[in-house]
Design a binder for this molecule. Sequence first.
Ligand code: WTA
Length: 663
Amino acid sequence: MTDGDAELEARLAEQEVFEPPAEFVEQANVSDPEIYEEFEENWPECWENAADLLDWESDYDQVLDDSNPPFYEWFTNGDLNASANCLDRHLAERGDEAAIEWVGEPVDEENRTYTYAELHREVNEFAAALRDQGVEEDDVVTLYMPMIPELPVAMLACARIGAPHSVVFAGFSADALATRMNSADSEYLVTTNGYYRRGSPLDHLEKANEGLDDVEQETTTVVVDRLGPNGDDFGHELGPDQIDYDDLVAAHEGATVEPVTRDAEDMLFLMYTSGTTGKPKGVKHTTGGYLSWAAWTSQAVLDIKPEDTYFCSADIGWITGHSYIVYGPLALGTTTMMYEGTPDHPDRDRLWQIIDDYDATQLYTAPTAIRAFMKWGSEYPEQHDLSSLRLLGTVGEPINPRAWKWYYKHIGDESCPVVDTWWQTETGGMMITTLPGVKDMKPGSAGPPLPGLDVDIVDTEGEEVSPGEAGYLTVQKPWPGMLRTLYNNDERYIEEYWAEYSDVDSDDPDDWVYFPEDGAKIDEDGYITVLGRVDDVINVSGHRLGTMEIESAIVGVEGVAEAAVVGGDHDIKGEAVYTYVTTEDGYEPSDDLRARITEGVEDAIGPIARPEEIVFTPDLPKTRSGKIMRRLLENIADGKELGNTSTLRNPEIVEEIQQKAQD
Ligand code: WTA
């Protein structure tokens, strides 16, 4: 981890400590420092605190059943429904308050407010409609939708009838949709004809239809008409297995659907994420544990209160939007905001305009966005009144102290705590971050693990490393929000997350250790600085992409013999996709081939995976056993010193690639 070392040193050199603002502490949901000790002494019963934030139809009889690790069960035999927890129970007191404030991208458009009563009504109607279409409990419904209100409506409608949803990020390609639907054997799709990007309507149904062509099972599709007449140019007619969303909801006007009783361990949703192999992993989250975790962390870390107007700028197509736009905030009965578009449309002050207009109280965003805001300049936020903000958060990748401080100063006016939250799709919610009403903040370091979590930084043998030393992040004890398995693949679940540091033959939970595949360091105060992925996964603008997935798309392009993909440093995106390609006999490097490679990647995954740079080379640097030296290519991409290359089978190629990369 030598690169990490240098980077960390640079970060620590700048390290400062910021106390939580006194005004914030006074009103914080959690402000008692004793919580860390209390949770440790009272583990796992401490997690009743999370379960208590929900309404249970029948009580659980055990907080944690750890008799069969790593297949842990939380709140066993408890019954509840997620949709009832996010809607019904708020009706009496908050029925007329806004549940969702939705801001469409076009500025001259009516924005939409859904009160809890309105959201409840539409969720019921759509739940009835889904049932009518044949959706039964435990059927996986795929939602291929952008940031429109019908997405949370569909999620909650699925939850209401006990049908797990699988949301596929709208920016993903047709192929990515088909892979996910096939993997989950999903027979139902909810999608839309389009949405707006930088002022123009974007055709989405084309992609959905193309994906459906490759789905093996019979499917029924519901299509939301987001574009109205603006979509006419795309010339889509709905097919025989496709139904218009508005017609469907209108046909079920006033319908009510009794929330289905779900066991705490029943699946709430499936979320696909990139891993080390070319095949995305279907992460399974449950009703009781996940929802408790989303609610508890929203309350303790984001400090959400019912009267807040909370704004998370992530996309619901990723886990951040699931936990911190939909489930956490709605479980707490607050107002959650949704913005359809990009932060620079019509101008670079759009987010600040929204915060000003709606008096947003929290902003939760990603370092890649903060780096872009910083580059655009403080004159954009300065045009607006941001004094309604009380807390700022970031997630998705490490944030460097400079960007942290810019955020703290120019957005938070030095009066909002900044929570740098480390977590993953698999953890369901936040794991490592400061409790904003309790802990000092150290820019660049996420903070200590949340109370009740046992995190160690270890070496390859699993031994704890000393403070300041780089090692691997591990979680030593289970937690309620954890994934339960990978969909239909218990073996891969163990292999990917547990095998590295566990005694896989043991049934003693103490012998099982969760490995998130991140590198990290801890300081004397127990603050953890996350260094990034240690597997073949790169993090582009906070989005996880498997290098293997991209490589297999590239080698599928005619004329390509071999490809290596690595993440190289990028000012705004954090990391960007760098590819090194050798051509097949009879093919020469050309602009046409370059264009086809880019297209191949976009078709297989989506524009987020588009290569930043494609370097053609006669050979790839390989070890004597023929393994591609990706680390070396990464250093080339970053323009770093290469060190010893003499162990390569073909050391001469390195200089050639370096030369080409500079051209
Ligand atoms: C990275 C996103 C440093 C990390 C919620 C993790 C972070 C991966 C942080 C998960 C952070 C996330 N500091 N790195 N605050 N937050 N990461 O599944 O490498 O899309 O393993 O979940 O993002 O990405 P995922």
